[in-house]
Every structure is written in C-alpha cells, then in structure tokens.
Design a protein. Sequence first.
Length: 513
Amino acid sequence: MNHKGKRLSHATCIIIFGCLMFAGCAEGPDRDMEHNIFVTHTELDLIEGDEVQITASPTSQTFTWESSNTAVATVGSTGLVRAVGDGACFIYVNSNGGLERTIPVDVVEFIPLSGIEAINAANLAALETVSMLLGQSMTLGAKAVPENYNERIPFNVIWKSDDESIVVIDEITGVLQAIGLGSAEITVSSVEKPEVKKVIPVEVPVIPITSIVVSQTSLELLQYQIVTLSTSFLPTDYSVVNELLQWSSSGEDIVKVTNGKLEAIGEGTATVTVSLSADPGVFTDIPVNVAASPGLTALDFSTFSPFDATQGDEANDFVYKKVAFDRGSELEIEGMAVAEVAEIYNRDFFFYNRDKNKFIFTGASGEWDVMYSAKYKYIWITRENDLRPACNWIMGANFASAPVWHPDFGNGNYSGQRGNPKNRAYMVQIRDGVYQAHILLDRASFAIMILRGWELVGGDWDSKVSAAGLTIVGAPLTKPSNNEMGPEGGFIPGYYKVTYDANNQRLTLEIVD
C-alpha cells in the first residue's frame, strides 16, 4: 500500500471512531431527559365527568397543553384533563425546548347506578312482591340497574324491614323470615348511594286450619294400655299464629288424655276430642273402646322344661312351656320383681305401664309357645309352626330378639336357627299384610332374612349387601344399594322395631327405647 492509501485508511478510522464516540455520548438517562417529555399518564380511559391531572417533566422546561377534540376532552394550562363526551381524542404536550408528546384519550358515556332489582336467590326470579307463610324463610338477592353501570361506586346493598313484628331480614345476607301475620315492606338500598333503592311489599296471609287429621280414627285399647296419637292439619299450607290443640275425653274413668297421650283406665266406650285452642269449632272425635282386663296370667319358670329343639349345650339355655293367654290379661312372674320383668319382657306381646307397674298381654287370646333364658334374660313368645298370614319370621346372624346384647348373639349363622330362639324373631301380624318384631342390632355387620316357614320372602341383606326386592326405610339402613347400606354418620346400634309390609315389600326400621 502507498502512503496516500495509508493516510486515507487512517483518516477513515478516525472518522468511524469519532462517530462511535458521539453515538455513545447520545445514550443514557441524562440525554433522554433533555430530548423527551415524561408524563404521569401515557394514556387515559375515562368516563364522562372524570378529571385527571397530568404532570410533565423535565421541570426545567415549561409546557403547553392542547386537546384534539374538546367535545371529547378538554385540558387546562396545568394539564388537568376533563372528560366531556363519548369518543376518542389526543392530548398534545409541547415544551418550550421544542419537545412534543401525544397522549391518547378514550371517553365513554357515564352510566349511573339508577336502580336495584330484587330477586329470589333460590331461582333468580325478579320480585315485585313477596307472599310467604308464617314461619317460612327465603333469601333475597339484589341486582344493579343497569347491570353495566360504570359509576365509580361498588354495588353494596343493605336490607331493612319496616315492621319487624311481621318480617325480619338480615341486613347483609337478605335472609327474610315471616314471624307474624300481616303486611310489611322490605327496602333494599345502595350503601354508597342511599337514594337508589327498591321497596318490596311483603304479605304474610292468614290461611286458617280447616281440619285436624289424627293418626288413628278409632281405637280398641286394653285396660292400662297407653298410646300416643299424632296430628296434622289441613290445608297443609296453613298459616296461623296459634296452632295449639286442646284434648278432652267424654269419660275420664274410661280413658284419660293429655296432649295426645291416651291411657285406658276402665272398661267402656268414650270419645276423645281434639280441637284448636284458637277455634274450638275445628275438631276431630276419636271413638275409644276399652276392654276390661280378663284377669291374671302367672308364669313360673321353675315349672318349665328344657327346650330340646336347640342343639348342643344351648339346649340347657332355654326353658319351654305352652301357656294359655287371654288378650288384655295382666302378667306376673313368680319370684321376679316388676323391675326385673321390665328388663326382660317381650315388647311384641306385652305393654308395660310404667306408672302403674302393669304388664298387659297384647297378643291374640289362645295357647302360645313360651321360652325363657336366664342366661340371655328374655322371654320368647311364638307359635312354632305359624306361617304367613299368621306371622313371618326374621332369621339371620349378629342380631337377637333380646334387648341386651350377649356375646353368643354374635356367633349365629343360618344353619340350625329354626330350632334356636336366640337368632330369630316371630313377626306378629298387626294388620292385614303387615308384620312387626323387635330386634337388637349391636354391630354394623349383621344379616337378616324374612321368611314364612322356610320360604324366603326378601333376600338376605346386611350393612354391605343389598336387600333383594325390599324397600328399606329408616336407620341404620337408609340407602340400600349393592355397596352401601349405612346412613350418613354410620351405623347406629340399638333396639329396633322392624315392620314388614308384604303388600308393597317395604321394610321399616325404627329405633326404640
């Protein structure tokens, strides 16, 4: 290379180096501040009526402000922007140093919160009025009107009742309760804008009771027997302040009654009347016939014989005798106090009047097979050869007729039970096609079958196996399926009244004292 070429090359390097130095000096925050306007808001989304103060820097310069469309937004000399109307525009910022900045602005129409709509929270239906029965409750909700309001307030509401002797409402949750009869008004209003509100008239009407329905329309009682009647009202949607009942008997020497509890005193016929306290003209009469006690039936277990139908050592656990009973007769057991009898009596054949310490035979008059076990402390009463329709039988495992659990009751199986009383129960016919027995269920794993003789009526079932063809009602088996039989909360041990309705294949279990 000649000297001229070297000088050109050297000069070119100097020029390039100088350019890089200038380029490097132009970068950095100090240079940016001198050649750019910095603002507190780079863009604005506003609602009509909004005001926003924009501040610009560097502070060493002065600024002028201008709107591209004053029908949308205006801007003051200090940068205060006011939203005027729906639309879009720009705010221009210019400095005395020749710098410029553009700020886009979008303004939407102001939509105020103008009303409130009341709704039923259960189904979201709009409510203009509310009608509810005394004692009922419901939850109210509120919706903003319009729902797309953009007023800068939250949608918080408060509920008020103008007459809390008729309806009360939780001011926050909107839970409404009818506690009196009459008319009232519920008001829901905006917390932040109280003038926005909704008034809902509420009516709690009087719907009078026109009829009293009693669980039994007539009664045949035995002397000393006690029964409790249940009642309901028609119409079912009645609404009254006072639903108290008055009970009376036309012959208290025959039957006494207290709050639906009837006690048979002496032989004869009387009428029990139940009426409304507030309106005695609404009443129901229940004819009651009381049969006199035919006398006394005495049991002396020392005169009983071993029950030889059982197998092995268990033959010594039971004694047996045929006994003639008269329906309504009193029971006495030789050498046994009343308190002891109260622990062992058979609830399917005897009624115990605790106040008078009387045991009354409630079965059909005639000769019965009676078995007793001092070991298991229970009296079994059956007719060993009875079949349906006279009775049904319950057989199975891990259950017993006796009301107090014994370890032997958990050793039962299906074989040989026909001859062993401990794991079977005689189901008394209580009306056409309906049978009843009491059994003890002490553990969740058990199985019972309902049979007539040896003919299976409903398949075996337990806490984990479905009942074949039976509808089961009541604890402990409220949800029959192939893999779940127990109720929520689990198995409940206890003494159960088991009712089998052969008319509709329905099995009902009810725990008793």
